[in-house]
Design a protein around this ligand. Sequence first.
Ligand SMILES: Cc1ncc(COP(=O)(O)O)c(C=O)c1O
Length: 408
Amino acid sequence: MPSQKNFLTGFGSVAIHSGHEKDNHNAHLTPIYASSTYVFDNAEQGMRRFNGEEKGYIYSRWGNPTITEAEKKISALESFKINEENEAPVLLKTLLHASGMAALSSLVLGTLKTGDKILSHFSLYGGTQELMEKVLPPLGIEAIIVDLRNLNKAAEALKNDNRIKMLYLETPANPTIQCVDIEELTKLGKERNVIVAVDNTFATPFLQQPFRYGVDYVFHSTTKFLNGHGTAIGGALIGKDIERMETRMTKVHRLLGGSSNSFDAFLLTQGMKTLEVRMERHCRNAMAVAKFLEQNQSVAKVNYLGLISHPDYSTANKQMTHPGAMLSFELKDGLQAGKNFIDKLQMCVRAVSLGSCDTLLSHPASMTHFGVPREKREKYGITDGLIRMSVGIENEEDILNDLDQALN
Ligand SMILES: Cc1ncc(COP(=O)(O)O)c(C=O)c1O
């Protein structure tokens, strides 16, 4: 008789049931284990737990049952229906962190050393970019930024510098919604023995599974679509080298101290159970919004991966099952038009972040990128009138009505 979890064939069922262990008191949901430490029966048991002979919890910075459930669920979703060359299912290990940035810190500090370099694309989440520009260089780790949509440039960069040890891909990227080709870049990276890591925050494993292409690590800001309700900050680092994940990466995770906590892990677990249905609705709404904006007189340009006009349409089409729920658009009348539009919204929410049930809109020129000189911003496609939108799961007509009245 197969175990219940192996028996499941659908992504939605796996999202609901995987990772769950029967609770000792028969609680339906794994409780929020609000305990910093765990009791040993005697010194012998303490010793066995510390040296790994006996499984069991010790101290919550190292993990606890609520956190474990979320970690196992993420591993199950990122590996859903992916097999090794010998047909065995791919196994993954996830380490849950206090934030996406904490997970990224563990990734970088757990894999790189002074003198190593990271190769990445120019469009990255602002925090990741700052980490690469300000925090890593004093440690002797440098980032080389090229347009990774051009595979020749990527190959040339890898060929010219054998100190590049990591290829770091964020696709689709924040805030420009650009895509890079995970399969082709992974091939190039692997030819030179380079670690390949992918930030899969915008897509989620429902739309894109980078482990299909042989990447080494996937990373998430779980704050976004995985949680789905905007209730907790969190991050996940997922790796396929289980031994390394259980030794070096676990050590780095525990000692840097950016661990998650039971309350946030509980919220994340409940949020992930509805990932499939939420994503289907997010995506359907996003397509309707993109088509609506394309027809609007005040809009100069719509950047959505589902529109054939998007330069990365074919890359997205190749590696994502749907172009997602993130888009941006440019208003014809620039900065003031952007501010006016944002101020007029009635239902949609004026906020940064993304991936919530609510539709969230931000105006990078007056918010996230206010401090970035205009010329630098524009080089990356962040113009004065650019609006970034995370399309929510409200009813389509209410989103369109709100946009319509705010654009008039
Ligand atoms: C693509 C992407 N990666 C990483 C992060 C950082 O995650 P967190 O805010 O959870 O630390 C964000 C946050 O917006 C993001 O959008």
